[in-house]
Write a protein that binds this ligand. Structure first.
Ligand SMILES: Nc1ncnc2c1ncn2[C@@H]1O[C@H](COP(=O)(O)OP(=O)(O)OP(=O)(O)O)[C@@H](O)[C@H]1O
Ligand SMILES: [Mg+2]
Length: 292
């Protein structure tokens, strides 16, 4: 049965139940709208993050941004309605970063109902960390991952946009994957990560061209991760080569070790680290970014 219809039917049976003697006007039948934000005008912001190359820190940065935006005490101007989605549909790293077991709900649970997605079915695969961040993990089942089409991902993100203020996407850098194309197309802001190393910067150039051809005139924000690491290429060289200004740099921090020991909570007390502070600055800059 259609979820909306189910709720409507339930609310009708409430109406006809044994509470006739009670002043009915004081009771509002339960509606799906009572559980979800259904303001037609509400649109959350989708922030996609993609790396120029494997290992440049895409998952690391996306996860930090999402955790920061779900914690009022770090970024007190943000509200805690953030969701993080792993678009590396098969065996993405977010599950590992947040220490989730294989029993966690994941995107693969949607495969039997991909043609009838609703607010409720999508919310059913969302896990919550103990700091309030919502996450949709990837599946470890390749067959399930293969079921997804670009349109399914678009649909899921469209639903999430209506439910969450900030939707963070960890986008794979293989543009042959449907989830990569969808992720790029649905993002309101796209963060492209590179490190200051030759191969990464050259790949970045290719990716920028591909992104621009996929998404006409897309605004892509270039972020240089490990910006202070030893490199033969300066930040100025990178800007000159890519003809794109650097939106933000993120320093390298080799002291961190395992960061997400407790499902994302540990960032909250490490504001002493320049890495965490710069992630906060990036979050603020990207969420307040207005294309004028
Ligand atoms: N600024 C940084 N300082 C210290 N360590 C970092 C930094 N950025 C990333 N790392 C580390 O680098 C490693 C690779 O990062 P991550 O997994 O996020 O890369 P990725 O681009 O998502 O890789 P993949 O292509 O496999 O998805 C991780 O161990 C992460 O903790
Ligand atoms: Mg990754």
């Amino acid at each position: 049965m259609d979820d909306n219809k189910k709720f409507k039917d339930e609310s009708m049976s409430n109406k006809n139940s044994n509470i006739e003697n009670v002043e009915m006007s004081r009771y509002k039948p339960l509606n799906i709208e009572d559980f979800y934000i259904t303001d037609d005008n509400f649109e959350g912001k989708v922030i996609g993050v993609i790396g120029s190359k494997g290992g440049v820190g895409t998952t690391f940065i996306t996860s930090h941004l999402a955790v920061i935006c779900s914690k009022n005490d770090i970024a007190n101007d943000f509200e805690s309605e953030a969701i993080l989605v792993d678009l590396n549909l098969e065996n993405g790293d977010i599950k590992t970063i947040f220490n989730q077991t294989d029993h966690a709900k994941d995107i693969g649970d949607l495969t039997p109902i991909l043609n009838e997605l609703s607010n409720i079915s999508v919310e059913n695969v969302v896990e919550k960390t103990n700091n309030g961040l919502s996450i949709i993990f990837s599946t470890n089942n390749l067959e399930k991952a293969k079921e997804f089409k670009e349109g399914n991902i678009n649909h899921i993100v469209k639903i999430l946009k209506k439910l969450y203020k900030y939707v963070f996407l960890d986008i794979p850098n293989n543009l042959n994957l449907c989830s990569a194309k969808a992720g790029i197309n649905v993002s309101d802001e796209l963060i492209l990560i590179t490190i200051p190393h030759l191969l990464s910067v050259i790949r970045c150039n290719h990716l920028l061209e591909q992104i621009n051809s996929l998404k006409n005139g897309a605004i892509t924000h270039l972020v240089v991760n490990r910006s202070d690491s030893f490199s033969a290429i300066s930040l100025k060289h990178i800007e000159q080569f890519l003809k794109v200004p650097i939106f933000k740099t993120i320093p390298e921090d080799l002291t961190l070790g395992i960061m997400f020991e407790q499902k994302g909570t540990i960032l909250s007390n490490r504001t002493d680290l320049s890495l965490i502070r710069s992630m906060g600055d990036l979050a603020r800059k990207i969420l307040n970014f207005k294309n004028s």
